[in-house]
Design a protein around this ligand. Structure first.
Ligand code: BGC
Length: 424
């Protein structure tokens, strides 16, 4: 073979080899595009890097920090109906909110529940001092014997057809050092909610009686919010009864702030207006309340002479000047202060969208019985005229509607509260 022909053959061979090397590896297209014998579930198909997405995927957004939201209860309760249901009630005062039951002269008896129901009351409010029956340190365990005593109260209330409001009363330390006691307060409520989550809807939880002192509205709203979230993580059904600071008066209701989504609550406030009538001679009320003989309504037939110590307190001095001289309509022991306070409470509740429960009102035994009856009837009628439910303070001690020594109702007081029940 000629030399040039050899070069030509080698050149053609090199080109052939080069072209073969540059050719992409054969892909078994046909095989790969055949559907598998069993199609994978749509979710199993993993997109490959090269596979164009059929539809543009949404740009992933960062996972939001979970907000403490409240899951709706299985059967949501109507909060207005739950408020109305409380109807006419009485406080079982001076028993379980004493440091130890009995220390304030009142030990609850089984017969009281029947008496209360037969007299026509719908509800008992049970003031309870949990703070003297729980460990000081975590996990703040509530004493089992005390829990069993509260179980007994609830069972007896329910067995007599009464609604039962369980509250937290006289947690004195939280009024002095709110932040230091918030954790313990919430831990106690978690135990209460756990213990009673299976109770019927006629059991209500009231987080705190008359917040005051260092527990200002702002601090209380924060602690109350955390308490509600803690309760709701355990018990999403029972109706809560909430109040503002400043001793649970109507003012605190004007700026209530509850966790978003909380719908199942009743608003409450207390009224002892005028204090110089309802708390005359009450040793725990402090300076100014020593003057006795204050009647309701004012003005008195003969002017009342102030106790010399009380007269040194300027607001007390001017109150008595008005009480002794102003006519009924504008007298400080007349209808106006009560009606004004009730109207404001109603407005606050309307803004909040809650039913209103007057959880405490009452006049101490140092006032004359006729004045106590007059005042009690007036307050009860004004409350009912505004659609409020109420609970009188209290059953059988110093403000008592029941005379435990005589084993009978103070008939006039009872009629002032429940005029239309004859069965006693
Ligand atoms: C207090 C009682 C007091 C009553 C009337 C309640 O809230 O806890 O101790 O007797 O109010 O002043």
């Amino acid at each position: 073979m000629k030399k040039w022909a050899v070069f030509l053959c080698l050149g053609l061979l090199a080109i052939l080899l080069f072209l073969t090397a540059c050719r992409p590896a054969a892909t078994p297209d046909r095989v790969e595009t055949q559907p598998p014998a069993t199609s994978p579930a749509v979710d199993d198909i993993q997109p490959t890097a090269t596979r164009p997405a059929a539809t543009p995927t949404a740009i992933p957004s960062p996972t939001p920090t979970p907000q403490p939201t409240l899951a709706p209860p299985a059967v949501p309760l109507d909060r207005i109906a739950q408020g109305r249901r409380l109807g006419r009630g009485v406080n079982l005062g001076n028993a379980l909110e004493a440091p130890k039951e009995g220390e304030w002269g009142m030990v609850l008896q089984e017969e009281y529940f029947r008496l209360i129901a037969e007299a026509g009351f719908d509800t008992i409010r049970v003031p309870i001092r949990w703070s003297t029956h729980a460990l000081e340190e975590p996990p703040y365990t509530v004493d089992e014997d005390f829990f069993q005593r509260v179980d007994w109260v609830i069972e007896n209330g329910l067995a007599n057809g009464l609604n039962v409001v369980i509250n937290m009363h006289h947690y004195e330390e939280i009024f002095e050092k709110p932040s230091a006691h918030a954790e313990r307060f919430i831990a106690i409520w978690e135990q209460i909610a756990t213990r009673y989550e299976d109770m019927p809807d006629s059991v209500y939880f009231e987080p705190l009686n008359e917040p005051h002192g260092q527990l200002t509205q702002d601090k209380w709203m924060r602690i109350l919010g955390d308490t509600i979230l803690a309760i709701r993580r355990i018990d999403n059904r029972h109706t809560l009864i909430v109040t503002g600071a400043e001793w649970g008066g109507y003012r605190g209701l004007q700026s209530l702030r509850l966790p978003e989504g909380e719908e199942n609550y009743v608003c409450t406030f207390h009224s002892y207006e005028p204090m110089l009538f309802t708390h005359q001679g009450a040793t725990w009320s402090g300076t100014g309340y020593q003057t006795l003989g204050v009647t309701w309504p004012g003005p008195p037939a003969t002017p009342v002479t102030m106790d010399p110590e009380a007269a040194k307190v300027s607001w007390v001095f001017s109150w008595f000047r008005q009480y002794n001289t102003y006519p009924y309509e504008t007298n400080p022991a007349g209808p106006k202060p009560i009606r004004d306070a009730f109207d404001r409470a109603v407005r606050a509740a309307e803004q909040q969208g809650c039913a209103l429960w007057l959880g405490e009102f009452g006049a101490f035994e140092q006032a004359d019985m006729q004045s106590r009856i007059n005042w009690t009837r007036f307050v009860r009628e004004e409350a009912e005229a505004r659609g409020m439910s109420w609970a009188y303070w209290e059953f059988g001690s110093g403000f008592g509607v029941y005379d435990r020594a005589a084993e009978q109702w103070h008939e006039g007081l009872l009629k002032a509260l429940i005029p239309d029940v004859s069965q006693r």
